[in-house]
Design a protein around this ligand. Structure first.
Ligand code: NDP
Length: 344
């Protein structure tokens, strides 16, 4: 839009000022306004339209120098271009994080095992573009390949998912149903439990804040658990793993129950080694980037599943760049149902 380009003055981005061992507060962040550089050959100027807020920002907070930019996937539109492959109007998925405009050169090679920094919006066949940072983007690929490649589900398996009403977990449970598994989910409120049972078709769901985890699994899975997709870690996961069958498979995707803790003072959880040995379990952590070369294939498969009505991806939409922080902390506190995204 020509007026937008005329009005365009610079960019605003948000950085975290201090390493934190607690849930972040608004004044832990700094809002930085700055003038963007003139475009060089190969550069594009992007105006962000959608921003994803992801739990992983809390994992990396102690790993990088402070202050650091709040990264994560965004969807932007090219409003000025010195790159023939990305003319004005092209939509680009980027890893630029919490900013409203940016100048980038998108011709960065994809390095095996590393995050993909830029790619053109894939053909979502009319589905909402916001899904490119959710079910049809990194979280979707995490659910799809993380579950299929590591849990290797067989028809009739019993699958447990934690974080079951979130972006990744809600997809894992539905993919497990597509594979003919029995699915049990754990989520943090009665409303979420109702949603995943009634709308998503989970066989059984529980509010992990109010049930006895071991008793709940014994009741819902009297024949034991074959696969566990672990989004949360901590004691809940130890209790679930203790209910697994011989040769069970555990995909360790995340441990959000520990992300705001001091890494030296992680919450206590039961020792698992005797169970892992005696039940001959396979427990494998993964980072989705290991499959970065399979993103196009996975996104295409996920798009088909959504179009065929087999996968129901829900989005939890917040409006306004100024609300990114609240959306992020809200997500950490479990306010989101499905994928937390911000419309700019
Ligand atoms: P979600 O959409 O699931 O949002 C986070 C959810 O975590 C909240 O809604 C909340 O739901 C739950 N939660 C917060 N605190 C706790 C706690 N103490 N115990 C249990 N649950 C809690 O986020 P994502 O789907 O984006 O991410 C889910 C997991 O997957 C995270 O651990 C993330 O780091 C991981 N991940 C890993 C990737 C990889 O490559 N390995 C890639 C992408 C994500 P509730 O109301 O149920 O508590």
């Amino acid at each position: 839009d020509a007026n937008e380009i005329e009005d365009f003055a610079g960019s605003t981005e948000i950085t975290l000022k201090n390493a934190l061992k607690r849930t972040p507060k608004r004044d832990d962040y700094e809002i930085i306004k700055f003038e963007l550089p003139a475009l060089k050959n190969g550069d594009i100027l992007l105006k962000m339209e959608w921003i994803s807020v992801d739990p992983s920002l809390r994992v990396y907070h102690n790993k990088y120098n402070i202050p650091y930019d709040q990264f994560g996937y965004t969807l932007g539109i090219v409003i000025e271009s010195k790159n023939d492959e990305y003319p004005v109007g092209t939509r680009v998925v980027t890893y630029e994080g919490w900013c409203d405009y940016c100048v980038v050169n998108p011709n960065k090679p994809v390095i095996p095992g590393q995050r993909i920094l830029y790619y053109k919006l894939p053909d979502l066949k009319g589905l909402p573009m916001s899904m490119s940072v959710g079910a049809l983007g990194m979280p979707g690929v995490t659910a799809y390949l993380g579950f299929l490649e590591i849990c290797k589900p067989q028809e009739g398996d019993t699958v447990v998912v934690t974080g079951a009403a979130g972006a990744v977990g809600s997809l894992v449970g539905q993919i497990a149903k597509i594979k003919g598994c029995k699915v049990i989910g754990f989520a943090g409120s009665d409303d979420k439990v109702q949603w995943i049972e009634e709308e998503l078709g989970f066989d059984k769901a529980f509010n992990y804040k109010t049930v006895n985890i071991s008793a709940a699994i014994k009741e819902a899975a009297p024949n034991g658990v074959d696969c566990y997709f672990d989004n949360v870690g901590g004691e809940i996961s130890s209790l679930i793993i203790n209910e697994m069958n011989d040769f069970g498979r555990i995909a360790v995707c995340g441990s959000i129950s520990t992300y705001n803790n001091d890494v030296c003072q992680l919450p206590k959880a039961s020792i698992l080694q005797p169970t892992v040995v005696m039940k001959q379990l396979k427990m494998e952590g993964f980072v989705v980037w290991r499959w970065n070369y399979r993103f196009p294939e996975a996104i295409q498969q996920l798009t088909e599943l959504v179009l065929n009505g087999k996968l129901n991806p829900k989005e939890h939409i917040t409006v306004g760049f100024e609300n990114v922080f609240d959306a992020f902390v809200g997500m950490l506190n479990g306010e989101n149902v499905g994928k937390a995204v911000i419309k700019i």
